[in-house]
Design a protein around this ligand. Structure first.
Ligand code: KG4
Ligand code: ZN
Length: 354
C-alpha cells in the first residue's frame, strides 16, 4: 500500500452479479467515499433464446444463466485487470425477478464471498436501477425524486439518500416497458420491442393519429388502456402502413403520462434532484422530456447513462458497494425473492393482494 492511500479510506472493489431476468451480468465497481466508479461490466443477453416465444421463458433463462455466469465474471475481472484477491465484497441482485434466475446469481455471489472470506450483500434490483444514475458521477444533493421505468416496474420514489427510497407512486396494471413490448408486438416489430418502437417513433408523426390519455389519480400509472387503444387503431384500415405514426403516437402518450407524474412529484416535494433509471429510461423522448421538465424547475437530473438503463451488474455492484461501505453485510441464508421490497405497490404485489 502506498503512502497516498494511507490518508484515505482504502478504495474498495465490489463484484456485482445480476441475473434477475434474461441478462447474465458481472461488474466491478470501485467505491471511494460516496463516489462509484465502474471498472468493468460484462453482460451476456439471451434475446435469441426467447424471441420465438415473444417473452422470457423462465426455465430457459435460468439454465442459460448457469452456463454463462462464471465466464462473465472472469471476463469482468480480466477487463478491469483485477484478480479475485483484490475484490473486497460481493453483491447480487436477489429480488425481484424470476426465482430460478435470481437463485443462480445469488448462489454464485455467496460462493465467491464465502471462498474469498469477504462480505456478501443482496441488492433490490429496483433500488439498483436508481443507483445506476449515480455511477461515474459527482455527488448529488438530496433528497431526490426517483423514477424506475422498466419491464417489470413503473415506480416513483421520494429518496432521502441513495439507499432510502419511499414509494410514492406505481402502476396499477402494466409496467411501462411491458407496455412498450406489447405495443411493439402489435406493430410486429419483434421482441424485445421497446428500443425498436422508440427508433421507429423517431421517424413518425405523433400528431397524425390521436391516442387517448388515461385519466388517473396522482401517483398512479396505467398503460393497459393505451395499449388497447393502439391495438384498435392498428386494426383500422385507414391506418394501414402507418406504423411509424402509430409508434410515435403511442410513445407520446406513454411518455406524457410518466412526465406528468414525475413533475407532480417534483413540484409537491420540491427536491433539488431527480434520479431516473430502468430500461425505459433509454427512451429518447423520455430523456428529452425529463431534461426539459428538470431544467424548468432547476432540478439536477441524473438519468442513467444509456449503458446502465437496461439490466446490468454495474448498478448492482454500485448499490452493494454503498451498503458494504456502511458496514452492512447479509447472511448466507439471504433468500432470493420474486418481489421487490421497495416497490411493493407494483403490479405483482397488488395482484397477490399484498
Ligand atoms: O430494466 P430492464 O432491462 O428490465 C427490467 O428490469 O424489467 O427493462 C427492460 C425494458 C423492456 O421492456 C424494453 O422493451 C424496455 O425496457 N426498453 C425500452 C427502450 N429500451 C429498452 N422502452 C422504451 N424505449 C426504449 N428505448
Ligand atoms: Zn431491470
Amino acid at each position: 500500500m502506498n503512502g497516498d492511500t494511507l490518508t484515505h479510506m482504502p478504495p474498495r472493489i465490489i463484484l456485482g452479479i445480476e441475473s434477475s431476468c434474461d441478462e447474465t451480468s458481472a461488474a466491478l465497481v470501485n467505491i471511494d467515499g460516496d463516489q462509484l466508479r465502474v471498472l468493468s461490466c460484462r453482460t451476456a443477453g439471451q434475446d435469441d433464446l426467447h424471441a420465438e416465444y415473444r417473452g422470457v421463458v423462465p426455465e430457459i433463462a435460468s439454465r442459460a444463466h448457469l452456463d454463462r455466469i462464471i465466464p462473465v465474471i472472469r471476463g469482468a475481472c480480466a477487463d478491469a485487470g483485477i484478480t479475485m484477491n483484490e475484490i473486497t465484497g460481493v453483491a447480487a441482485g436477489h429480488r425481484p425477478g424470476l426465482i430460478g434466475s435470481l437463485l443462480v446469481g445469488t448462489s454464485t455471489a455467496k460462493a465467491f464471498a464465502w471462498s474469498l472470506d469477504i462480505p456478501f450483500v443482496g441488492v433490490d434490483h429496483v433500488m439498483a436501477h436508481l443507483v445506476a444514475g449515480l455511477l461515474d458521477q459527482v455527488a448529488l444533493e438530496w433528497p431526490a425524486i426517483g423514477l424506475v421505468a422498466s419491464g417489470g416496474h413503473t415506480s416513483l420514489f421520494l429518496m432521502r439518500s441513495p439507499l432510502e427510497a419511499q414509494l410514492i407512486g406505481a402502476t396499477i396494471d402494466d409496467a411501462a416497458g411491458e407496455a412498450f413490448d406489447k405495443a411493439a408486438s402489435i406493430l410486429e416489430l419483434g421482441y424485445p420491442g421497446g428500443a425498436k418502437l422508440d427508433a421507429l417513433a423517431e421517424t413518425g408523426d405523433a400528431a397524425a393519429i390521436a391516442l387517448p390519455m388515461t385519466r388517473l389519480d396522482k401517483g398512479d400509472f396505467s398503460f393497459s388502456g393505451i395499449k388497447t387503444a393502439l391495438a384498435l387503431a392498428a386494426r383500422d384500415p385507414k391506418h394501414a402502413r402507418k406504423s411509424a405514426d402509430l409508434a410515435a403516437s403511442f410513445r407520446k402518450v406513454v411518455v406524457a403520462q410518466i412526465i406528468r407524474n414525475l413533475t407532480l412529484a417534483l413540484d409537491e416535494h420540491a427536491t433539488p434532484s431527480c434520479l431516473i433509471g430502468g430500461g425505459v429510461a433509454a427512451n429518447s423522448l423520455l430523456r428529452r422530456e425529463a431534461a426539459i421538465a428538470c431544467a424548468q424547475r432547476s432540478v439536477t437530473l441524473r438519468i442513467a447513462d444509456l449503458r446502465w438503463c437496461t439490466d446490468n451488474a454495474a448498478m448492482i455492484a454500485g448499490a452493494g458497494a454503498l451498503r458494504i461501505a456502511r458496514g452492512e453485510c447479509d447472511g448466507w441464508d439471504l433468500a432470493a425473492h420474486p418481489l421487490s421490497e421497495i416497490a411493493r405497490g407494483d403490479r405483482g404485489a397488488r395482484r397477490r393482494g399484498s
